[in-house]
Every structure is written in C-alpha cells, then in structure tokens.
Design a protein around this ligand. Structure first.
Ligand code: ADP
Ligand code: ASP
Ligand code: MG
Length: 407
C-alpha cells in the first residue's frame, strides 16, 4: 500500500461545496488502496482577513499572537475536511501542525521546519484513518505556535512527504499546473508538463506563487518529486523533479512577476571600507532579506547605495536603516514602493548574453523603464514600475515565444 501526501490550497476549499469536493478526491485516493495524508490551507481569503482583523486591533500586532491567530485558519479547514470525509463514511482525523509533530525554529511569521516527529500520524494511519493536517504551521520546542510564511502549506506537504517516506507528493490548486507565466495575467500561457527543481525554485522565489519556494527547495534536497495539478479536474498537471532531458534545457522556461517589492536608496554615503557591511549586517540582524543591491561609483568620496526588500519588510527596514544612515553621516534615505520585479528563468540562459539583450530590447520597445537589473545563472530580473508589470510580462512571454512552447 502506497502512502500519498496531498495538499489542497485555499481556493480549492473556499466554501462547503468545495470542501465536499476535496473530501471526495481524498476518498477516491484512499479507495485506490493508498494511505492518505492530506495537508490543507485556510479557506479562501481567510488568512488575509485574519491579518486585516489583527491590523484593525493593533497597527503592528505582536508576531507570536499573529501566528496563533493565522494558524486557526488551517485548523478550521482540517476539521471541516475530516467531517466531510466522515459524512462519506471514511474514518478521518484532523491534526494541527503541532499534533502532527512539526517542529520549527522560533522565527515567527516565517519559521523553518527543524524536525518532524511523525509518530502520531503513523499511529493514525496504522489504525486505517485518513489524516488531515493543518498546513502552514508548526510548534517551537517551547510549544509556541509558528507559521511558515505565506504560501507555506506547500512546504508542510513536501516536508511531510519526505518525513513519511511517501511515494508521492501532490499539490492540488486552482490551476492545471505550472504555466510559462501566471495564466491569470497571460491568457496564452502554456502548461509545462515537467520542470526541474532549479528552474522551479527560481520561478517560485521570484513571484510564481503556484509553489512556495521552500517546498521546491526541500523537494530538491531530498529528491522528492512534486506533482502540481488542479483540484477540480483530472488533467495530468506538472511534475517537478530532477531528471529533465538536456534538449529542453536550452530556452527560457517561464516568466515570474512579483509586486511585493520596495526600494531603499541611501544617498551620499561616505565611501570607505566597512560601511556596506554595517548596513547589511544591521538588516540581517533584524531578519530582513535584501535582494538586489547596487552601489554606484563614488563622486567626492560619497556613494549612493540602492537595494530592495519586500514591501512587507519596508517599515522594519527603514526603522533599522534611518538611525544608522544618520550615524554614518549619509545625506538622505529614500524609499519607493510602486515597483515590481519581472524575471525570465531558464537553465539554457547560462552564459548566453543574447537573452539579456532580448529582455531589455523587449521592455524598451514597450516604453518600460528598467530601474535596476540583477542576473543569476539561470535568471535575469528587472525592477520596473508597478503599473507596467502586466504589459512587461505579456511582451516578454511573446518575445521569448513561450506561447509556442511545446510543454
Ligand atoms: P493555492 O491556494 O492552491 O495554494 P495559490 O493562489 O497559492 O494557490 O497559487 C495558485 C495561483 O498561482 C494561480 O491561481 C495563479 O494565478 C498563480 N500563478 C502565478 N504564477 C503561476 C505560474 N507560472 N503557473 C501557474 N500559476 C501561477
Ligand atoms: N493560508 C496561508 C496563506 O494564505 C498558507 C497557504 O495558503 O499555503 O498564505
Ligand atoms: Mg499557495
């Protein structure tokens, strides 16, 4: 008997009928002779609504309390799915992340899984039950609830599949798989049948929210293949795995966009050793990740330093940087949030200059100004004005002929 870990996302569980549909799908997997562990997300927009509610109570709510609050969304789904299965005469039990044995570090709002003690899940499976686990959450060694970051239920599912030595990890969502671009933005986007971990990780890290990036990272480290498919149809979906044939590597595979971007510029910084180190160490100590970093050549021994953080981290970053910039005698510190990142991703771009030129030409033909550029081995990213994003993604999709891609 195979063990299958499935995950159902928020829009697949948005109302009672959808919950019953998910229960039927879980039941049919069980009916085929499998053991099933199903990880569930919060219903529809529950997480956003809970965050808004917290904000109405306190402008910067305590992160420990926010984690407990948010974790309830997934617990509601898990109980309702278990009830729906019972109404179909299947024995099912819901477990919170803590009950499922998921331990994390202490970083609230984006905790990382440190270990999984799966004994409780295994005991329930052994007694013939279907196990429904609340995604996105875990517990510290001190028994405090944590959450894994937005979209983190995918990571719960992949981590459980690895810990339980499952035969497969299936992520069911509201699209048919991973597309060449967000199909809601690009109607011509094509479903990709299979994609390597590397490319998927870049796409996920740069805005393709169809998969949580840390889920892909875990899949790669432990060689766990991940199937992304629709929770509404039986179509085959996209397989994320390690063994992609050489021939299909030589092209751009997909385009990602991300609007959770803010830019900070520190003007007139004294150009001397140790200044950048102090700034980025302070940001790291405040647990803020920095993405693009650009420092211009100094004039009169003064340099300008520009970098991006997520919009979510902007006020925390400014609180960290403002006093430091004053101490370092910088002239001014500015920020801008009307920005977005657009990226092209593909293993075939490695050491091939033509792709960058084509990306910049395409954007300029659309009159889109590029503010910052970063490149990695298999990715090129441009920071552009937020309002230009849809136009940029559509133009790049066309220019790289992704609409003609044989998936
Ligand atoms: P779930 O609630 O199932 O976790 P998400 O909303 O997190 O679903 O992710 C699915 C959404 O990801 C899709 O509805 C789609 O709009 C978006 N998306 C962004 N980029 C892509 C892509 N390259 N392929 C497929 N979907 C994408
Ligand atoms: N409910 C959480 C979120 O909206 C986690 C998830 O859906 O994966 O981010
Ligand atoms: Mg998601």
């Amino acid at each position: 008997m195979a063990l299958i870990v499935q995950k159902y996302g928020g829009s697949s569980l948005a109302d009672a009928d959808k919950i019953k549909n998910v229960a039927k799908r879980i039941a049919s997997t069980k009916e085929k002779g499998n053991d099933v562990v199903a990880v569930v997300s919060a219903m529809g927009n529950t997480t956003d609504n809970l965050l808004r509610l917290a904000q109405q109570i306190h402008s910067e709510p305590d992160e420990r309390e926010v984690d407990v609050l948010l974790s309830t969304g997934e617990i509601i789904s898990a109980t309702l799915v278990a009830m729906a299965l019972r109404s179909l005469w299947y024995d099912a039990v819901s477990l919170s992340g803590a009950q499922a044995g998921i331990f994390t570090d202490k970083i609230h709002r984006r905790a990382r899984i440190s270990k999984i003690e799966p004994e409780r899940i295994l005991k329930e499976l052994k007694s013939g039950k279907i196990v429904i686990v609340a995604g996105f959450q875990g517990m510290t060694l001190e028994m405090d609830t944590t959450t894994l970051g937005r979209g983190g239920s995918d990571t719960t599912a992949v981590a459980l599949a690895i810990a339980l030595h499952a035969g497969a990890c299936h992520i069911y969502t509201d699209v048919e798989g991973v597309f060449t671009a967000d199909p809601r933005l690009v109607p011509d986007a094509v479903k990709i049948n299979e994609i390597g971990y590397e490319e998927m990780l870049e796409l996920a890290s740069y805005g393709s929210k169809v998969m949580h990036n840390r889920a892909v990272e875990l899949g790669e480290i432990y060689s766990m293949p991940i199937l992304v498919a629709s929770s509404f149809t039986e179509n085959p979906g996209t397989l994320i795995h390690g063994g992609i044939p050489m021939e299909i590597r030589n092209k751009v595979r997909g385009i990602a966009q991300d609007l959770n971007v803010a830019k900070i510029t520190i003007l007139g910084l004294p150009d001397k050793p140790g200044v950048a180190a102090q700034i980025f160490q302070a940001l790291a100590d405040a647990d803020i990740s920095v993405d693009t970093i650009v420092q211009n050549a100094s004039v009169n021994n003064l340099a300008d330093l520009t970098f991006t953080v997520t919009r979510t981290d902007l006020s925390k970053a400014l609180r960290t940087i403002d006093p430091l910039a004053k101490k370092l005698k910088a002239r001014e510190c500015k920020s801008d949030t009307n920005l977005g990142k657009v990226s092209i991703v593909g293993s075939g771009m490695q050491n091939t200059p033509g792709y960058a030129a084509k990306m910049f030409t395409t954007l300029s033909a659309e009159n889109i100004n590029i503010q910052l550029i970063t490149t990695a081995e298999i990715r090129i990213t441009c920071i552009i004005e937020e309002g230009m994003m849809n136009k940029a993604v559509q133009a790049l999709h066309k220019a790289f002929e992704l609409d003609k891609t044989a998936a």
